[in-house]
Ligand binder design. Structure first.
Ligand code: ATP
Ligand code: MG
Length: 674
């Protein structure tokens, strides 16, 4: 149902669509008019000099003087009574020379004799008539052409006008359709982007970024062709088709009715084609997405690929997709020439055969009432019918591709969104956090968190420790509502966090991610995140407060130092400091710090330690720490082990207990002293 959805987008631009269609239709009409004008010019005027001339008594308007008499053609005579059937003369063009004959020359095989002074005309019945001829000088010919000048000028003028108008209209409808296509693509992209921002984080775990990018860029791009090509071609074809059928019906109803049999044939053929093409195009589009996804991954991971000599393997994996893409493209080429090209050839033969049969029977006495003229015209029209069919089948491929692409975009747009209360509104104040019987699995039945119970008073600092993969980040992901949980609940100030409006909730809960993300821009823009209420002074103040002053001084441009994509020009520690500041300026009531696992030098570690001291004041803070020294003075510490909360208490209590925490602490001390 991609078409209906596309219509939904198109109808936003009804006026543009209307203008596009009207200009297109007019350009087609003009296109049909110009050959008519040309034939008029040739048949009636240029060759029209050979039509009968009447010798008349007196000079009248549009008459021509020649050799002592006045001559006029029937169509130029205002008063027809002056024309006498016995006074007809002829002008005839033979071998590039004009001749005058005092008599009207009948149809037949003409032979010139006596050095151009005699003409023999052999009629169909075998009788031969002789005429006297007078060769005409150029000047005399010009005289005879005099009456034509005005109408010919008018026709040429109209012809020129029509040509110019037609060129202009073609220009106009092309622009309009492209504009329409651009607008719709623009809207599709906009909606797709809005959509991905509403997706739950789990969606991005499942779908590689490159694939999403491919849907939003390549697939929407292909939709443009629906307007710039398919719509134009199909409208043109439809108009020609209808026009030709009208002509057919006005010629001969029975014949035309018979030729209607063509339509179901075309429909069935189109269906078969569509079905086959759809599958191929789906593979093509999805392989295109795979290529994008793999490219994206490879470029990001080029360091690993090169460092570990993975070029060959990586190349093969890429080529798998590339090969399959090429293979299906080739399949489409074969399908197109087999089904659409041959279709047209087959039709042409079928039509010819049908006409032969029909008129063959006619000759045997079944339909004796059909004239030769009708047969000729009919064959001619049927031949012309092939053109639009040819066009439709030549473009059905493009149409199919656009539709498949559109379906892919709509598939993305139809994905379920993050279930969350939208908008702004009152949120919690104090920041008392409680996890109640919380269990969670990214993919069931692999539970990553198992029955977590934890209560944190406002303003407390909680250290979360545990081996890698024990579920520390996951616990915080749930608190930040990146993922939806089903079993158990998380409450802040006694209310389930899912009940709070999303925007205000996110403003009250700050985060410093384990792998800090920076965006292209400057240090300041990464901290402010485009919030105009945060001034440069405020940014500097926060940076100084968390002790990042020396780090900022390092740069000549200070807080306006540019940040490259993903912050690749900063170290992990520096990135973390920037995201500390980012969390700080929003002054959240609950703050989550996921310490970076990467090795940070002692200097930076002290910096971060200090920053932490500042940041945690006046808010409920969760600190996921790998260096246990970081959280030694936390209000209390929880220990996670394979998704279970196994220990809880202050540093001293846990040390005294000699459990898991004690074990971990001891082993870390060991490392430090090593
Ligand atoms: P680390 O100390 O290394 O940061 P962690 O305690 O933060 O570890 P989590 O990131 O919470 O560990 O991961 C806990 C488990 O959940 C891991 O076994 C991991 O395989 C799994 N996991 C994490 N993220 C996802 C995800 N997006 N989809 C599926 N499974 C995931
Ligand atoms: Mg983690």
């Amino acid at each position: 149902m991609a078409i209906r959805r596309i219509w939904h987008y198109t109808k936003q631009y009804k006026a543009l669509l209307f203008v596009s269609m009207v200009t297109l239709i007019f350009s087609i009409v003009l296109d049909l008019v110009s050959p008519y004008l040309a034939s008029l010019l040739i048949d009636d005027y240029i060759v029209g000099i050979e039509k009968p001339w009447y010798r008349i008594e007196e000079k009248v308007e549009q008459s021509v003087y020649y050799n002592g008499h006045y001559y006029i053609q029937e169509r130029f005579a205002k008063d027809r009574s002056i024309l006498n059937e016995d006074e007809k003369a002829s002008i005839i063009l033979i071998n590039n020379r004009f001749y005058f004959s005092g008599q009207y020359i009948v149809d037949g095989k003409k032979t010139i004799a006596e050095e151009g002074r005699m003409l023999w005309v052999e009629k169909d019945d075998g009788e031969t008539i002789a005429y006297y001829l007078t060769p005409l000088s150029a000047e005399e010919v010009f005289h005879f052409y005099q009456p034509f000048i005005k109408p010919v000028t008018i026709i040429i003028f109209i012809f020129a006008l029509v040509s110019v108008a037609s060129i202009f209209l073609i220009f106009l409808y092309r622009i309009c359709f492209l504009k329409l296509g651009n607008r719709v693509t623009y809207d599709l992209r906009r909606d797709a982007f809005i959509k991905i921002q509403k997706m739950p984080i789990s969606y991005f775990d499942e779908i590689p970024a490159g694939k999403i990018v491919s849907r939003i860029t390549n697939d929407t791009e292909t939709v443009i062709e629906l307007y710039s090509q398919s719509l134009v071609v199909f409208t043109q074809a439809a108009i020609y088709f209808i026009g030709i059928y009208i002509s057919l019906f006005s010629l001969d109803v029975t014949l035309a009715a018979f030729s209607m049999l063509l339509i179901p044939l075309l429909v069935v053929w189109g269906r078969i084609y569509r079905k086959k093409a759809k599958h191929n195009n789906e593979v093509i589009r999805s392989e295109n997405a795979e290529i994008n996804a793999y490219l994206n991954e490879s470029i990001k991971g080029m360091e690993v690929i090169q460092a570990f000599n993975q070029e060959e393997r990586s190349y093969r994996k890429f080529m798998n997709h590339n090969d399959r893409y090429a293979e299906y493209r080739q399949k489409m080429v074969v399908l197109n020439s087999a089904l659409s090209g041959n279709m047209v050839r087959l039709l042409r033969r079928a039509i010819q055969l049908a006409i032969l049969l029909y008129f063959g029977w006619g000759a045997l006495g079944f339909y004796t009432f059909i004239s030769v003229g009708v047969i000729y015209a009919f064959v001619e029209y049927m031949n012309r019918l092939i053109n639009p069919i040819n066009q439709i089948f030549g473009n059905i491929d493009v149409l199919q591709q656009s539709l498949v692409s559109a379906e892919r975009v709509f598939f993305l747009l139809d994905q379920p969104e993050e279930v969350m209360e939208q908008g702004d509104g009152p949120c919690f104040e104090r920041g008392e956090v409680e996890f109640r019987n919380l269990s969670f699995a990214y993919e069931k039945p692999n539970y990553v968190l198992k029955d977590i119970n934890l209560k944190v008073k406002p303003g407390q600092t909680v250290g979360i420790v545990g081996h890698t993969g024990s579920g520390k980040s996951t616990l915080m992901n749930l608190l930040l509502r990146f993922y939806d949980y089903e079993e158990g609940s998380i409450l802040i100030d006694g209310v389930d966090i899912r009940k709070y409006p999303k925007q205000s909730y996110r403003r009250r809960v700050g985060i410093v991610l384990q792998d800090p993300i920076l965006f292209t821009g400057t240090i300041a823009s990464n901290i402010k995140l485009n919030n105009p209420s945060i001034t440069d002074e405020k940014v500097e103040e926060v940076l100084i407060a968390i002790g990042a002053e020396s780090f900022i001084r390092k740069f000549s441009r200070g807080i306006h130092e540019p940040v490259l994509e993903m912050g690749s020009n900063f170290s992990v520690g520096e990135r973390q400091l920037i995201s500390f500041a980012r969390a700080m300026v929003y002054d959240p009531a609950v703050l989550v710090l996921d310490e970076a696992t990467a090795n940070i030098d002692t200097g930076t570690e002290q910096l971060i330690q200090h920053a932490l001291q500042v940041v945690k004041q006046n808010r409920t803070t969760f600190v996921i720490a790998h260096r246990l020294s970081t959280i030694k003075d936390a209000d209390f510490i929880v220990v996670l082990d394979q998704g279970r909360l196994i220990e809880q208490g202050t540093h001293d209590e846990l040390m005294a207990k000699r459990g898991k925490y004690y074990e971990m602490y001891q082993s870390q001390l060991q490392h430090v002293t090593d």
